[in-house]
Design a protein around this ligand. Sequence first.
Ligand SMILES: [Zn+2]
Ligand SMILES: [Zn+2]
Length: 149
Amino acid sequence: MSDTKDMTGGCMCGAVRFVASGAPFDVTHCHCHSCRKHNGAAVVTLAGYKASDVAFSGTERKFYESSPGVKRAFCGDCGAPLTWEGDGGELGAIIEFHISTLDHPEDLKPTAHAFEVERLPWMEVADDLPRYEGFPGVGTPLRHGPVDT
Ligand SMILES: [Zn+2]
Ligand SMILES: [Zn+2]
């Protein structure tokens, strides 16, 4: 695992490209309904960067405002969902990349689950990472690891 090198990535067709500098401030599995809807996926893994550490190139990305102050970007050519973009509090403006937009997502490791309470019941992951009710790192994790059955 290398978490300090710059990460490159882009959409499926390559029209939108980006470079994210340094290590992400978090790498999180998000189980929220909005991420699922935007991606058409059962769970979405996100790598978060300060917006000031990200440079885009190529075609301008398009946005859908999924809630006030939150923009979700996608490629207008191939339709690939790209990011969650919004206010990161003390971090300022942040950009969370869907990890599969990265050229080498295997170089980053998830550190938490977010919005555990919205997780699809059959989408279980056998890891011991902290699982938060909402945003990662906010409050006490509901638990670590899978639900006991
Ligand atoms: Zn594209
Ligand atoms: Zn989410």
